[in-house]
Write a protein of this length. Structure first.
Length: 211
């Protein structure tokens, strides 16, 4: 069962069944090079966006970035394509994402949709890392790869944590965007192709939390 949401970041594809959510796929509609250009102009920085500390982003940057990305600032999710009968887990997922784009701190009070993906059906370090991240790192907060490795029971597995983030089947809900480098750099997102998206998510949570 598949559906598509229209979000402030572009389209979000979701799939699931009666047992739970299979995957969430982000499909931003603005080219990465355009977002990088906005970052360079707004922040007056010649370095790449991965070297920018998202906690230092200004409110003016945040809204300009929203306008560039979606042409208008919008914090709702509208279902553009949906099955005739939607499962309970998909309904919960939509409600969670709608709340996230309006008031992300309120997602801590919502039920987490049930996940039904192979990564959550195996006793692996990846599963441990993802579940630890979901439980311990809330909206507006960040954690380093090294610290998350330690929380997950293996302090020397920071590189493996990076691999777990790359293989996260349900981004945003399991917040791999909140995992940053020990140096304060943002680090890669979606294989390094959407680092600006990581910046946006962190800025969204920071601004909303301080509002």
């Amino acid at each position: 069962m598949h559906l598509v949401l229209n979000s402030p970041l572009g389209k979000i594809q979701m799939s699931g069944c009666e047992k739970g959510i299979h995957e969430i796929k982000l499909q931003p509609e603005v080219a990465p090079e355009k977002r990088s250009e906005i970052l360079r102009v707004e922040l007056n920085d010649k370095t790449s966006s991965k070297h920018r500390n998202p906690l230092m982003l200004s409110e003016s940057f945040y809204f300009e970035f929203c306008v560039c990305w979606k042409k208008e600032v919008s914090f709702t999710c509208d279902v553009s394509k949906e099955p005739e009968e939607m499962t309970e887990s998909l309904k919960e997922c939509i409600a969670w994402l709608e709340t996230y784009f309006r008031e992300p701190w309120l997602t801590d009070k919502l039920p987490i949709p049930t996940f039904h993906h192979p990564v959550f059906q195996q006793d692996t370090f990846t599963r441990k890392v993802l579940e630890t991240l979901l439980k311990n790192v809330k909206s507006g907060d960040t954690v380093t790869y090294k610290k998350l490795a330690d929380l997950s029971g293996n302090s020397s597995a920071a590189r493996a944590v990076g691999g777990a983030m790359k293989n996260n089947p349900v981004p945003i809900i399991i917040p791999c965007h909140r995992v940053i480098c020990s140096s304060g750099e943002v680090g890669n997102y979606m294989g390094g192709k959407e680092n600006c998206l990581k910046e946006w998510l962190l800025a969204h949570e920071k601004i909303q939390k301080s509002a």
